[in-house]
Design a binder for this molecule. Structure first.
Ligand SMILES: Cc1cc2nc3c(=O)[nH]c(=O)nc-3n(C[C@H](O)[C@H](O)[C@H](O)COP(=O)(O)OP(=O)(O)OC[C@H]3O[C@@H](n4cnc5c(N)ncnc54)[C@H](O)[C@@H]3O)c2cc1C
Length: 393
């Protein structure tokens, strides 16, 4: 499967077109159902599997990997918060590869802000819910068979009372708007959409008006973990390509300066891998123990992960481009697709703006006066020093 993904990556990027053939392969191989429990016909994977597969796919085509990662992010929300009726109807179809899920959270007027909504749901929660909305950017909106959509709970609800709902393509009227001619991640074909439709109440995911819980427990952790896996996989593949080139004597000469750049690229990639690993374990631990992810420290770690992974993977590939030079890296027809990876990774800090996460983390950090680090036992705090079993107790 990976050679086929690699083979289509250049053209998908050139044409800024959705990677149809690659996604068909993912459908055929059962990967659209990675997170669907086995009882529904899925692979029953967890967020650790999601990260690992995302990185593997990204080593061939970062756009395909991101399309798939975002789909899985939506699947996690349905698995954890969908009503029994919705899960029974939808999950077997996702597992069989019939449904690719798109995400509609951005909205004109509020930009990327996840936890607020402008356009409001109409109708009665006991019957049919009607909606009409625009979104400037939806990955694979023209291809998706299903959509997860955020809406303000009702016309008189506050902006932060957001409801998440599922809609089948057949339940919607859709009109593509805008273009998708971007620097990178061109293969995600994330054009805008104008959409309208109505759905029965069982298609609401989580409690009406309480999208925040779904976001904190599922959409944000699954997203930050999976996206980081994509960016890490792409950067690791770039390093591996440059190492092969340097060792074969092709491209630029090995100098002390290029050795230093290679060493620093490796440090950045190692740091992302290590932090991704500990945040993954923190989230998996909470899920195993059925404890919430809403603590201040866990929120900080998840936001830090997204910022760290987006910045360091991009920086590493920037350095690698300098090592490879103009003819072996910067040119679009270079033997390794470094310039594409560079462009793809430039989107990482914008794909939910790092600025938003940093301002949020500044405020959260003021609340976490103990400074709860990951892993928690790496530095003993004065509180843990007094605990039974501590060498300092
Ligand atoms: C490849 C890709 C695929 C995507 N797919 C989807 C999708 O399928 N569905 C979807 O809904 N969205 C999608 N998005 C959109 C994404 O989630 C963000 O919402 C979007 O990129 C934000 O765009 P923005 O930076 O213009 O807007 P905003 O986040 O609104 O930010 C606008 C500007 O204001 C600054 N800013 C905003 N808030 C703050 C703050 N608190 N402090 C300081 N500065 C701030 C930002 O840095 C930025 O410069 C995708 C994005 C990318 C890159």
């Amino acid at each position: 499967m990976l050679p086929a993904l690699t083979a289509q990556a250049g053209e998908t990027d050139n044409l800024a077109r959705f990677p149809d053939t690659a996604v068909q392969l993912l459908r055929d191989n059962g990967l659209m159902g990675l997170l669907v429990p086995e009882e529904y016909g899925g692979l029953g994977g967890d967020l650790g599997d999601l990260i690992a597969v995302a990185g593997m796919l990204a080593s061939s085509c970062a756009s395909t990997a991101m399309v798939w990662a975002m789909h899985c992010q939506q699947v996690d929300c349905i698995v954890r918060f969908g009503s029994q009726q919705l899960r029974d109807r939808l999950l077997p179809r996702i597992a069989s590869g019939e449904i690719y899920l798109a995400s509609v959270t951005s909205e004109p007027g509020k930009g990327g802000h996840l936890l607020s909504g402008r356009a409001a749901l109409e109708g009665n929660i006991d019957h049919q819910l009607r909606f009409e909305r625009e979104t400037p950017i939806v990955t694979g909106g023209s291809q998706a068979e299903g959509f997860l959509i955020t809406m303000r709970e009702s016309p008189d609800a506050a902006d932060h009372r957001v409801t998440l709902l599922y809609a089948d393509r057949e339940q919607l009227s859709l009109e593509s708007i805008g273009s998708w001619d971007t620097l990178g991640m061109r293969g995600t074909e994330s054009r805008g959409l104008r959409l309208a439709g109505s759905v029965p109440a069982y298609q609401v995911i989580g409690n009406p008006g309480d999208f925040k819980t779904v976001a904190v427990e599922s959409m944000i952790p699954a997203g930050h973990l999976a996206w980081s896996g994509v960016w890490l996989g792409a950067a690791r593949s770039a390093l591996s390509g440059v190492l092969a080139m340097v060792r074969s004597g092709g491209g630029s000469r090995t100098t002390e300066l290029s050795a230093e750049r290679i060493a620093r690229a490796r440090i950045d990639i190692e740091l992302v891998a290590a932090y991704l690993g500990v945040v993954r374990d923190e989230v998996l631990g909470h899920r195993r123990e059925k404890s919430p992810l809403s603590s201040t420290a866990t929120q900080i770690h998840l936001n830090n992960l997204k910022v760290i992974a987006s910045e360091l993977t991009f920086r590493s590939v920037d350095r690698l481009l300098q090592v490879a030079g103009l003819f072996s890296g910067y040119k679009r027809d270079s033997p390794i697709p470094l310039e594409r990876t560079f462009r793809d990774l430039r989107s990482a800090s914008l794909n939910y703006s790092n600025d938003r996460l940093l301002t949020m983390n500044g405020a959260l950090t003021l609340l976490d006066r103990d400074v709860t680090l990951l892993p928690k036992d790496v530095v003993l705090s004065s509180a843990s020093a007094g605990e039974e079993g501590s060498i300092l107790s």
